[in-house]
Design a protein around this ligand. Structure first.
Ligand code: COI
Length: 354
């Protein structure tokens, strides 16, 4: 592994892996031995270090807690049958992280801290990468404001961190999704395209109310007409309508520019599909369902991977699907897994070796 960054490393005395099995592990519950930290002060990043995973101590006036300057990413690392470790498209997440940082008035993180820091951390905790179908090492880069004062202004100081969580699948069964027509996730000019903590806090009430009606999550719509589809919040959405793949476009900044979304678009095109990134309304989806041309609906995201949707609900219309008949989603998932577990050549240069 080639890295240039000089990092101060403090190792754990004994590995927590001695007491943990990586078989059938839930998503995001366990964390590896080490974490990466760096501090932003006086206009520069400093104190880059890897140390044992441990609690952080802050004053209650920590700016991130009050005014929400907090952004993150989700990335996955895999191990192949030869035990080699790879990260899936980390550079795309690095770029998106800094796009989020700029929107939230936070400093950008230099490439060598984000990329080399993450690689060195994973190299140190390589044994934490599960080798099992649907399992991976989930990588969580995070940056938050660390000034301690109550005035509303961008913080002068920040902490950047990377944590590692050996994880199984996020969704274990096909999802039921309610189309949201009361609350709003994102509007043009807002922060929908960024991965900031507030987007996820904002999603919780809608998800809670959807769960009370028997759904797992919501599919967000625009804030004006509640008609134009956006994303699920935890993942982007993809429809196969009459043999054409359709997904909401990202041009208005109301939909996350998903790395998995982008990979799926490339794979669909290679499979011969026309992929339309455009405005798509719930009326079009309901009409396609009713006339039998809505063939498949699935979500795509880092945590969710490719998640078939077993039911879409919109007002009084419930649209159940036979996910076992989703030929495209099943083929995509297999091909995607084959790439990520290095069972087929990585023709796109998506896998970055540790
Ligand atoms: C990811 O796919 O990494 C996400 O951001 C979802 C996460 C909030 C669990």
């Amino acid at each position: 592994m080639e890295t240039t960054l000089d990092i101060n490393i403090t190792r754990v005395e004994s590995s927590k892996l001695n007491d943990l099995s990586l078989e059938n592990i839930p998503f995001g519950k366990y964390f590896s031995n080490h974490m990466l930290e760096a501090d932003y002060e006086n206009g520069e990043w400093k104190n880059v270090e890897i140390k044992p995973y441990q609690p952080l101590i802050f004053e209650p006036t920590l700016a991130a807690l009050h005014y929400g300057q907090s952004i993150f990413e989700g990335i996955k690392a895999y191990k192949d049958a030869d035990g080699e470790a790879y990260i899936f498209r980390p550079y795309d997440n690095f770029v998106r992280f800094n796009i989020s940082a700029e929107r939230l008035c936070m400093p950008t993180v230099p490439e060598e801290i984000f990329m080399d820091g993450m690689k060195q951390l994973i190299a140190l905790d390589k044994n934490w990468i599960p080798f099992r179908e649907n399992h991976s090492l989930y990588i969580r880069p995070l940056m938050f404001a660390t000034d301690t004062l109550l005035g509303v202004r961008p913080s002068d100081t920040y902490k950047f961190m990377v944590m590692l969580s050996p994880s199984g699948p996020y969704y274990t069964t096909p999802m039921k999704i309610a189309v949201e027509s009361k609350y709003t996730r994102a509007v043009k000019g807002g922060v929908g395209f960024s991965k900031n903590a507030g987007n996820y806090a904002n999603s919780m009430l809608a998800a809670k109310e959807a769960k009370e009606k028997g759904y797992d999550q919501v599919l967000w719509t625009d804030g004006f007409e509640h008609k134009w589809l956006q994303e699920v919040g935890m993942m982007n959405i993809m429809f196969i309508i009459d043999g054409v793949a359709v997904t909401p476009d990202i041009s208005e900044g109301t939909v996350l520019n998903g790395v998995t979304r982008n990979s799926i678009i490339v794979m669909l095109q290679e499979m011969g599909f026309t992929v339309e990134q455009r405005k798509i309304s719930i009326d079009e989806v309901v009409a396609a369902y009713k006339n039998g041309t809505l063939q498949e609906v699935f979500g795509c995201g880092t945590a969710a991977t490719i998640a078939p949707i077993a039911e879409l609900g919109y007002e009084d219309v419930r649209m159940p699907f036979d996910v076992d008949s989703f030929k495209t989603a099943i083929a995509l998932r297999k091909h995607f897994d084959d790439i990520r577990y290095s069972r087929v050549p990585d023709t796109h240069g998506w896998m970055v070796k540790i």
